[in-house]
Design a protein around this ligand. Structure first.
Ligand code: SAM
Length: 357
């Protein structure tokens, strides 16, 4: 019998334990009494949503509905839509246009059934893309309108790109990710879900530039910019030792994240046109990577570039989806989906900014 080796070679402090220690120290203070239940959800199996692919010919929608799924976007809280809460601090804007072509199916609250992998239709296109359903919210918040020029600054592997493409409203779509290998994955995703005629260069451009330098290339251009930055990916960090940002060898990279996030957001702000809108998003609960980054960007944009920004109130949106997701209470800038055992989506933080100048 071969003696098991794991006991001798096991890492003393695996990155998942380091991540949990770090979160216990910081989120206990930040989230207070909410943290024990969020922690429990973070350590439990996550819930997915099936982003329905409008380009596929397969009749998967009826099939998913027969399994008990519902499209959380159509099934929104209409009462919330009629009476959005009034926010006196941030100026109210017209109601959000909810891209009627984005559909994301979820199993009901408390139901942890897993989706089967999607199958290719007769043209080889897959019927749905599995992703955290809360990741669709930044795409809805972006509020893309017919003919808009859109930039997705950190796009790979492409879940949000795919959600935005479902609207079929985008005039020109620029999709970027600095990582060449991840950009390849993104291209594969696009080819598995989108017909070739939608992937031509004059409609969609895929690039692998350093997003922080975007302002040097293209300024004041896009109607909508999505800045979905790299972060501590909290759920991954407590669950998987592979490719974990809490690995000791990546400490410097992790500490630099807020600065990188700020530079990416600044580049996104510069890339937007006056009147254009920017959505900043992460999948961490960290205040330093969320609210603090946005606050610094608002100041820097004004001081260094004379760009005046307005925070767009996303409460009407969160109000509509409060039956599907748990939102953190009392964030003074932006909105955040917090994991919950009955609706184990997120974390997703999002904040929407509008360029006034
Ligand atoms: N938006 C993607 C989606 O929905 O599938 C997820 C994006 S992921 C949270 C962050 C991405 O930022 C990674 O793919 C990473 O390669 C990319 N990234 C990191 N640094 C970057 C930079 N300086 N410029 C552009 N992309 C960068």
């Amino acid at each position: 019998r071969v003696k098991e080796k794991w006991a001798a070679t096991r890492v003393k402090h695996p990155p998942t334990s380091l991540a949990l220690q770090h979160f216990d120290a910081t989120y206990n203070v930040q989230l207070g009494q909410l943290w024990p239940s969020v922690r429990c959800a973070l350590l439990s199996e996550r819930k997915y949503g099936a982003l329905f692919n409008n380009f596929s010919q397969d009749a998967v929608l009826a099939d998913l509905e027969a399994q008990g799924c519902r499209d959380f976007i159509r099934d929104m809280d209409t009462e919330g839509r009629r009476a959005p809460p009034v926010d006196t601090e941030h100026q109210q804007l017209p109601p959000l246009w909810l891209g009627p072509d984005i559909r994301c199916l979820v199993f009901p609250r408390g139901d942890i059934t897993r989706f089967k992998p999607a199958r290719p239709d007769t043209y080889g296109l897959l019927g749905y893309y599995l992703m955290d359903a809360a990741s669709v919210l930044p795409c809805l918040a972006l509020d893309v309108q017919e003919g808009h020029n859109v930039l997705d600054l950190c796009a790979a592997p492409g879940g949000k790109t795919l959600a935005l493409l479902q609207t079929q409203s985008i005039g020109f779509f620029c999709v970027n990710d600095m990582s060449v290998s991840r950009t390849l994955r993104l291209r594969k995703v696009l080819h598995s879900y989108v017909p070739k005629q939608f992937l031509i260069e004059d409609k969609l451009r895929v690039t692998s530039f350093d997003g922080t330098k975007w302002g040097d290339i293209e300024r004041n251009t896009f109607d909508r910019v999505l800045v979905d930055v790299p972060c501590t990916t909290d759920r991954h960090s407590v669950m998987e030792d592979d490719n974990n940002i809490f690995n000791k060898s990546r400490t410097a990279e992790r500490r630099r994240l807020p600065q990188l996030q700020l530079e990416l957001l600044m580049a996104g702000i510069e890339a937007a046109c006056p009147g254009g809108e920017i959505v900043y998003s992460t999948c961490t609960l960290s205040q330093i990577q969320n609210v603090s980054v946005v606050e610094q960007a608002i100041c820097l944009a004004q001081e260094n570039h004379g760009i005046h920004l307005q925070v767009v109130d996303l409460q009407p949106l969160t109000h509509m989806f409060r039956k599907t997701f748990h939102f953190a209470p009392d964030l003074h800038i932006g909105e955040m989906v917090v994991p919950h055992l009955a609706a184990n989506f997120g974390p997703i933080y999002m904040c929407k900014l509008r360029r006034l100048t």
